[in-house]
Structures are given as C-alpha cells and as structure tokens.
Design a protein around this ligand. Structure first.
Ligand code: 5GP
Length: 204
C-alpha cells in the first residue's frame, strides 16, 4: 500500500487557514494532526481537539524524548507536531494535514522531501489586519506582533509549491483539495503502478 501524503498548510495569521483546514477534514476526510502548544486556550478551544495544551516544562520534555516531528517558537509560545500520529496515519495510507508556521514547514520539508507545501493568504495586508482585529480574541499588542511575524513569514512564500488566496472559502477549499488530489497522480508517485500496468499488458 502507498503511504499517505504529508500536506503542510501555512499562511498568515488571520488568512483563515484554520477554517479552510477544518473544512478539508469535514468535507474530504483528511486526517488532521493536532499540535501541542504552550499558548493558553482561546475561548471555546478544547484540549486534545484544537491543541494539546502543555506547560513549558511538559513541552520541553516532549522535545527531549523526540516526541515531535518539528517544533517552533511563534510569538512567545512553542508549537510542535506530535510524531506518533503523523507516522501512523501515513503508514495507513491516509493523507495527513499539518497546519503549521513557516519555520516548522521548512523543517518538515527537510525531513520529508515529498511533503506538499501549500501557503494560504488573504487578498492583501489590510484584509489580514482586519480579520485579526475582527476575530476579537487578540489584544492590539498581539495583533501587532502577529502582523510583524507575517512580514517575516512572507520571505518564505517562495519555498511553497502552491500559493492559494482565500477570498472565497468554498473556492479556496476546493482549490486546496484539487492540489492534493493531483499530487497523488504525479508520475513519481506512480512508478510501481506504471511497472505493474506494463507487466500486465505485456503478459509477463
Ligand atoms: P495560533 O496561536 O493562531 O493557533 O497559531 C499560531 C501559529 O502557529 C499558526 O501559524 C499555526 O499554523 C502555527 N502552528 C500551530 N501548530 C503548530 C505546530 O505544531 N508547529 C508549528 N511549527 N507551527 C504551528
């Protein structure tokens, strides 16, 4: 059986990538990796569903035990992708989505050169700020920090295979799904299938 694809989705804070990812899971059944973080839960966030909320000591412990595929610091907090779930899902042939920031994405690409990197963005910087402010969960200070971080993250956009603008949620979800589907059709991922087809047709 073929391993599942590893799909990395990044994007500026406020670009709506969280909503896009939730829809991909709901509509198309992708497996979603739940990250660990030292950030405090936002209202309505559930431990084990949105994140595994950890103390800094617990997080450091997991780093020491090689529990993460990657981890990174983002605006004063740590975030990391637990290794076990991702490896097990891929081995089962399931496509796994990681919703992570750019440093983590680069780290994943080094370890899994086959990973598919998709960057989701809003139409422009003004729309980003408006969406962050409109979310109402972040203070002015945090919004400023996140906008500053977005400016840094923009330098990594060229490293992503696909850039998708989220100006319409349905279209964005469909576009990302199509990109993932086409990955499975790449010649490099079908070498065994090509060989089998040739053998069958040639009768040996
Ligand atoms: P938020 O605090 O808004 O939930 O997430 C902040 C940033 O951390 C987002 O860009 C999100 O994609 C990223 N992030 C979430 N989980 C992980 C993770 O496991 N690893 C890394 N490197 N980034 C993550």
């Amino acid at each position: 059986m073929k391993n599942g694809n590893l799909i990395v989705i990044s994007g500026f804070s406020g670009a709506g990538k969280g909503t896009v990812v939730k829809r991909l899971v709901k509509d198309y059944g992708y497996s979603l990796s739940v990250s660990a973080t030292t950030r405090a839960p936002r209202e309505g966030e559930v431990d084990g569903k949105d994140y595994y909320f950890k103390t800094t000591d617990e997080f450091r412990n997991l780093i020491d035990y090689n529990g993460f595929i990657e981890w990174a610091q983002y605006v004063d907090n740590y975030y990391g992708t637990p290794r076990k779930f991702v490896e097990e899902e891929m081995a089962k042939g399931n496509d796994v989505i990681l919703e992570i920031e750019t440093q983590g994405a680069m780290n994943v690409k080094r370890q899994y050169p086959d990973a598919l990197l998709i960057f989701i963005t809003a139409t422009d910087a003004k729309a980003l700020r408006e969406r962050l402010a409109g979310r109402g969960t972040e203070s002015e200070e945090v919004i400023d920090k996140r906008m500053k971080r977005a400016a840094e993250e923009a330098d990594y956009m060229e490293q992503y295979e696909y850039i998708v603008i989220n100006d319409d949620l349905d279209r964005c979800v469909q576009t990302v799904h199509s990109i993932i589907l086409s990955k499975s059709c790449e010649r490099e991922r079908n070498i065994d299938f090509i060989e089998t087809t040739k053998r069958e047709l040639k009768g040996n």
